[in-house]
Write a protein that binds this ligand. Structure first.
Ligand code: SF4
Ligand code: SF4
Length: 222
């Protein structure tokens, strides 16, 4: 899923400064799963903004709405009749949400309430880790299901750099060296020779380096 973090309240307050009638739109997709932009978080942000406004002595009306997804025009359509009732709209979806909203309603103003960070999952309650960088050509079958593109700080494909130390990456003792994990698993399974197969330079054109990407599924296009 896409993982995100809520922006600090002060940053969101700055964005909507001077506006007194706001709609907050959450999303029931990834941001609900990572506890950042679902119904509960929409309510918390709405209450926090109202309380902060009251404390600072100005009036702020904040309405709340949660869409099934903000990355799908079918659901974006559901706010068509009310979207212009507000001075501005705060989106609590990943970065896709406010962009889809802006494209659908170009004369409304949309603000992002979250910082979208990575594709990953929960490794324990309240902790999410990155697993995929969306490179467009998956190669994890060469590495026993571990991704050095996303999880090696240098995206190395032919073994660790010289900085790997006791299982940790040289950038921080809090970051595991994925290459240490790959090598250990190959040794455990007596398949270290797999790593003698040289990985040629990766074609990064399928990743972000090739510019904005489009995925076409001809069988779905009418
Ligand atoms: S190889 Fe690419 S697509 Fe596969 S997990 Fe890593 S970044 Fe994601
Ligand atoms: S220490 Fe490991 S994870 Fe960090 S950059 Fe080097 S090989 Fe990659």
């Amino acid at each position: 899923m896409i993982v995100a973090d809520r922006k600090p309240l002060s940053e969101i307050q700055d964005m909507i400064k001077g506006r007194d009638n706001i709609l907050i739109i959450g999303c029931k997709g990834c941001v609900t799963v990572c506890n950042v932009g679902g119904l509960k978080e929409v309510r918390i942000l709405a209450s926090s903004l109202r309380i902060a406004a009251k404390k600072e002595g100005y009036s702020l009306k904040v309405d709340e709405k949660v869409l099934e997804r903000q990355c799908d025009p079918e659901y974006i359509e559901q706010v068509k009749s009310t979207i212009h009732d507000y001075d501005a709209v705060i989106s609590m979806a990943c970065g896709v949400g406010p962009q889809f909203l802006s494209e659908a309603y170009p004369d409304q103003k949309f603000f992002p309430a979250v910082n979208t960070t990575f594709f990953g999952g929960a490794v324990s309650h309240g902790i999410w880790e990155e697993r995929c960088a969306g490179c467009g050509t998956c190669v994890i079958h060469y590495f026993d299901g571990m991704c050095p593109v996303a999880r090696c700080s240098k995206s190395l494909l032919n073994g660790p750099c010289g900085g790997s130390n006791k299982g940790k990456c040289e950038i921080s003792k809090d970051v595991n060296c994925i290459w240490d994990m790959i090598v250990k698993k190959k040794i455990e399974q007596d398949r270290l020779n797999d790593l003698l197969n040289f990985m040629p330079a990766k074609d990064w054109r399928t990743a972000r380096d090739g510019g904005p990407r489009t995925s076409r599924r001809e069988e779905l296009i009418q």
